[in-house]
Design a protein around this ligand. Structure first.
Ligand SMILES: NC(=O)c1ccc[n+]([C@@H]2O[C@H](COP(=O)([O-])OP(=O)(O)OC[C@H]3O[C@@H](n4cnc5c(N)ncnc54)[C@H](O)[C@@H]3O)[C@@H](O)[C@H]2O)c1
Length: 288
């Protein structure tokens, strides 16, 4: 007996990383999966995004668990594309019980130097994408009088960080959107919650700019990046967290065990948000 037997979960950003881990974790507990991903590059994103082959691999891995899966290439910036994904999921798998709205992008730049294009892409994918996802699935969930929606935010929905104001602003908005949706759809027995990952072992931060960001060194390598990530966590022995760490929180929020929980955010951050912290960019006077 799985915790999600007979359920169908739609997951955005499912081609790789956390989205793929969520798909496999939910499938292992019995859910069929609608795997949605843009599966192509957005120009302002400084690392390679997922490919159609990545998305097909997620479907294959779900099928290997004896669960059904659909691959849907769709951009969360398009309300129409998400509505079509929902329609196809219902037509081919029967219904949608769970949505993990997980797709996201990251880029870097000082607040006043972020290009208007990068700003807009970040807001469109990281915030409006969740709004699009909610409005695509909500009529179906209202009709059924049930549903669990889980938005992926970030620790940067709670605390800012240098050099990505567009991401911080969008992610802060995700928690506001989540709470509004939780309140508005509570009478329909639809739960809306969020997960907030810390510093994750995914391709989103594996590029030279990401290595420089975590280490403060332009010549830093993936190995340096990995080492630096240990400084991010309070809990012992934690470097970049495995995507499955977040999947377990998604599974909990999707399951009946969380049937009375709505409007909440679960940081999966190894205690990062507890750390009082140092100024990472201190200004010294002449005689420190
Ligand atoms: N990696 C981290 O350290 C970290 C930390 C906190 C929060 N997050 C969040 O976790 C989520 C998952 O990221 P990840 O770490 O797995 O990174 P990732 O880059 O490996 O995966 C993100 C996936 O989203 C897809 N995607 C991006 N834009 C899309 C769009 N417009 N439409 C549809 N799909 C799109 C990508 O193709 C990719 O497959 C994101 O929301 C991200 O902001 C990540």
């Amino acid at each position: 007996m799985g915790r999600l037997d007979g359920k169908v979960a739609l997951i955005t950003g499912a081609a790789r990383g956390q989205g793929r881990a969520h798909a496999l974790t939910l499938a292992r507990e019995g859910a069929d999966i609608v795997a949605v991903d843009i599966a192509k590059q957005i120009e302002t994103v400084p690392y390679p995004m997922a490919t159609p082959e990545d998305l097909q691999e997620t479907v294959k891995l779900v099928n290997d668990l004896d669960r059904r899966a659909l691959a849907v290439e769709a951009d969360v910036r398009s309300a129409e594309a998400l509505a079509a994904a929902v329609e196809r999921g219902i037509a081919e798998l029967g219904q949608i019980d769970i949505v993990s709205s997980n797709a996201g992008i990251w880029s870097l730049g000082a607040l006043h130097e972020i290009t208007p294009e990068a700003w807009q892409d970040s807001l469109d994918v990281n915030l409006t994408g969740h709004w699009n996802m909610i409005r695509a699935v909500i009529p179906h969930m209202i009709e059924r009088g049930r549903g669990s929606i889980i938005l992926t935010a970030s620790v940067n929905a709670i605390e800012p960080c240098w050099n990505y104001a567009h991401y911080n602003a969008a992610k802060h908005g995700v928690l506001g959107l989540m709470k509004s949706a939780a309140l508005e759809y509570a009478p329909n027995n639809i739960r809306v919650n969020a997960v907030s990952p810390g510093f994750m072992k995914t391709k989103m931060n594996e590029f030279p700019g990401g290595f420089a960001f975590s280490t403060g060194r332009d010549d830093a390598t993936l190995e340096d990046h990995e080492k630096a990530s240990y400084g991010y966590y309070a809990l012992a022995g934690r470097g970049r967290l495995a995507p499955e760490a977040v999947s377990n929180a998604v599974l909990f929020l999707a399951s009946e065990e969380a049937r009375d929980i709505t409007g909440q955010n679960i940081p999966v951050d190894g205690g990062h948000l507890l750390i009082p912290g140092f100024n990472g960019n201190p200004i010294y006077d002449e005689q420190p």
